[in-house]
Design a protein around this ligand. Structure first.
Ligand code: HEC
Ligand code: HEC
Ligand code: HEC
Length: 356
């Protein structure tokens, strides 16, 4: 039997056993206030849980952020209890909406899910926005990462035209942290200056970069880069040997080093509590939703720039969202600084990704 049916059954029993007998003795106004207080309790207890777990994607006042839908609309408010309960319990596959019910691998009991359903149908979203702000959990604004024109033109002296220049720049900024400054790979990602790769049709490589490789650190780039940028980067993979043969000097690819300061770490910690704790657990120790990031092996083996890219690009085919379109460069750096600050005291746990 499904969860919502159980709840409906339970509520029906409750109505028969409790509310009906009470109704027969007391006046209707008292019955209304009883129901009111049932709703009030559900709404209030869900508000803080919403702030901690849902606001980061659905917005402080349920207004939606980026591609994540709003919850403060009539369309959502009037969804059936059954449908609401189902989407919160089980999530929606292949989207960022996770399954939140404990029996589906999430963190909420059935009664908390039932409260969320009531909350979404009944709450005053202005109040929720105020409460989220009071708790210091208002999510950061959406900031798009941009490739600046200055950077493009500073590389335009290289032979091979605009496309290669663009490809090299996109590569330097987005791929080099994992695939290495000269495309020959790093501890966390394979070489992409590879004849095997070049023997495959271009559409296949483009598709791989577009969609990512499920369950690996190779993210889906189609929402982060334009089709032209992806095309230029894939061209670069094919023309790598040609560039080397013709003696083109690769520009020094600057491997980003993340600054660290007590302020940056504190800002990162704050943001971690807002955006990451719900899955990665208190102080990054992990939860049923996501592995520990406060993890010695992971931190030791993953350079700052790669951690930055993992957070920005997400892990496709898993619950790990791509934060690059939602967080500023400063935000992402602060998260890296915060994670890095845990390294000296991090427990030695086998990293789930590096192992595969
Ligand atoms: C990591 C981002 C993220 C988090 C955190 C998140 N959601 Fe969602 N949620 C989504 C996305 C994306 C969708 C749309 C899925 C789709 O495309 O169908 C969604 C859909 C929904 C819907 C259905 C809306 C509709 O129009 O059909 C509800 C209800 C919902 N979420 C409630 C919640 C609740 C309650 C929480 C907290 C317990 C939560 N979400 C946390 C990303 C998130
Ligand atoms: C966070 C680390 C990371 C970043 C950033 C990254 N990749 Fe990858 N990439 C990987 C990993 C890991 C794999 C291997 C996945 C697997 O196990 O199949 C991979 C695989 C690939 C492959 C397939 C290689 C093969 O031999 O099958 C291509 C092509 C590729 N990446 C291109 C790119 C491009 C282009 C970018 C930048 C737009 C990029 N990657 C950014 C981690 C990364
Ligand atoms: C909706 C749940 C969810 C949220 C929110 C989330 N993550 Fe993740 N994250 C995951 C999952 C699941 C994985 C593991 C992916 C896999 O199976 O490879 C992961 C993986 C990671 C990894 C790689 C860990 C490793 O061992 O390789 C890092 C780093 C990371 N997340 C950082 C963050 C940061 C920083 C935030 C907040 C900005 C965040 N995550 C928010 C679910 C989440």
């Amino acid at each position: 039997m499904t969860l919502p049916m159980k709840i409906t059954g339970f509520l029906a029993t409750l109505v028969i056993l409790v509310i009906v007998p009470i109704y027969s003795f007391i006046e209707p106004t008292h019955q209304e206030s009883l129901l009111d207080s049932y709703y009030t309790t559900a709404v209030l207890s869900s508000t803080d849980l919403y702030a901690e777990n849902c606001a980061v994607c659905h917005g402080a006042a349920g207004e939606g952020i980026g591609d994540t839908p709003a919850l403060n609309t009539d369309a959502v408010r009037t969804m059936s209890e059954n449908d609401l309960s189902k989407v919160i319990s089980r999530g929606r596959s292949n989207t960022l909406m996770a399954a939140w019910a404990a029996e589906e691998g999430g963190i909420f009991s059935n009664s908390q899910i039932a409260d969320f359903t009531t909350f979404i149908q009944q709450t005053n979203w202005d109040y929720v926005g105020t409460r989220v702000a009071e708790l210091g959990l208002t999510p950061p604004e959406v900031i798009e990462m941009e490739v600046s024109d200055e950077m493009l033109s500073s590389l335009s002296a290289i032979d091979g035209g605009e496309i290669l220049t663009e490809g090299l720049l996109v590569y330097a900024e987005n791929c080099s942290a994992c695939h290495g400054a000269n495309g020959s790979g790093t501890i966390i990602a394979p070489s992409i200056d590879s004849d095997d790769l070049r023997a495959r049709p271009k559409e296949e490589i483009i598709q791989m970069v577009n969609s990512g490789i499920n369950g690996t650190l190779m993210a889906s780039w189609q929402n982060i880069l334009t089709p032209e940028e992806i095309n230029a980067t894939v061209d670069l993979i094919y023309r790598w040997p040609e560039l080397i043969e013709t003696g083109v000097d690769f520009p020094e690819v600057e491997v980003m080093s993340i600054p660290s300061s007590p302020e940056l770490i504190a800002d990162g910690q704050n943001l971690f509590n807002i955006a990451c704790k719900s899955c990665h657990g208190v102080d990054g120790y992990g939860s049923p939703m996501a592995p520990a990031v406060n993890n010695q092996l992971f931190l030791e083996e993953t350079p700052d720039a790669a951690i930055y890219q993992i957070i920005a690009g997400g892990v496709s085919g898993t619950l790990m969202p791509a934060w690059g379109s939602r967080l500023s460069d400063y935000n992402l750096q602060s998260l890296v600084a915060f994670l890095r600050s845990m390294e000296p005291s991090a427990p030695a746990i086998l990293p789930p990704i590096l192992g595969n």
